[in-house]
Ligand binder design. Structure first.
Ligand code: A3P
Length: 291
């Protein structure tokens, strides 16, 4: 399914009427203290969302609601969001131009996570493979040629996505857009979590920050994942999980490392990627960390 130049993930609200849901999100009634986590898929959404929730709540209990509960394009009924207490940690994979107008025009905080596109591609390949979208004889190189470099890929091109956010960050006069790099978070989680706390105006002791980092390590989040899902308030209250049309539930916690692309890219593919990257990013000041 394609909308506005983007191949859409298989969430039912998008399958049924993508334009309707995109417009609903664009016109969402926002509050001044809303926080929206905006990520290109496979950039570390689940991880950063959990960190943000812990900072807001002021404790390190795993958030019982699944991320999808607030996932604007996946939740069955967007009205649910209207009844959430403030501050609402919302999240979306929609590009900047589709974020709620009220949020981008009137204020409300945006956290944008950027991950290097080679690892994003590898992570997406495994995500789709584990979701049963294609089988094992569809190689990573084939995936890159047909889907990632293709005219439309999931949520559109990675380049368009990050360049739109870079532009928005340049125009951000009020310090409402925060950028976090997956790689910095991985290498320096304490400092990055402190930066996030400051952005969110959360008073956080060193101990609290250390506890969050520990609870949100890859290993701990991976093992907590199942419990979190079982306790999902979404399942309890709404009676349903995020509905989508995939065969299997994809694995969200796979390796959690920087540079797994080196195990997947052939020399030829890598050279081709670097040429495209250089051309696409020639006017960008973003520093992307590949290792
Ligand atoms: P890999 O497939 O490379 O392992 P998203 O949540 O946006 O779908 O992103 C998923 C990616 O983030 C997966 O990448 C996943 O392993 C990684 N991830 C999740 N939690 C992490 C953590 N605490 N530390 C490092 N990476 C994490």
């Amino acid at each position: 399914l394609i909308f506005d130049g983007m191949a859409l993930p298989p969430f039912l609200p998008l399958r049924e009427n993508a334009e309707k849901r995109f417009m609903e999100i664009r016109n969402l009634e926002c509050r001044k203290d809303d926080i929206i986590l905006a990520t290109y898929p496979k950039s570390g959404t689940h991880w950063i969302w959990e960190v943000v929730c812990m900072l807001i709540k002021g404790n390190t209990e795993y958030t019982k609601e699944t991320k999808e509960f607030f996932f604007l394009e996946a939740i069955p009924d967007l009205d649910v969001v209207h009844n959430l207490p403030s501050p609402r940690p919302l999240n979306t994979h929609l590009p900047y131009r589709w974020l709620p107008k009220q949020l981008t025009e009137k204020g409300g905080k945006i956290i944008n996570v950027i991950r290097n596109p080679k690892d994003v591609a590898v992570s997406m390949y495994h995500h789709l493979l584990s979701a049963g979208e294609f089988n094992k004889d569809f190689t990573f190189t084939q995936f890159m040629e047909t889907l990632f470099f293709g005219p439309v890929c999931t949520m559109g091109s990675w380049y368009d996505y990050v360049k739109e956010f870079e532009q928005a960050a340049e125009n951000d006069r009020h310090g409402l857009l925060f950028t976090v790099h997956f790689e910095n978070m991985k290498k320096n989680p304490i400092d990055e979590t402190k930066r996030l706390a400051k952005f969110l105006n959360v008073e956080a002791s060193d101990k609290f920050i250390e506890d969050i980092v520990e609870k949100c390590s890859f290993e701990n989040l991976k093992s907590a994942d199942k419990t979190i899902k079982d306790q999902s308030i979404m399942k309890k209250i709404v009676g349903i999980g995020p509905e989508h049309t995939r065969k299997n539930k994809p694995n969200m916690y796979r390796k959690g490392v920087i540079g797994d692309w080196k195990n997947h890219f052939t020399v030829t593919l890598n050279e081709r990627f670097d040429r495209i990257f250089e051309d696409e990013m020639k006017n960008s000041k973003l520093h992307i960390h590949f290792e």
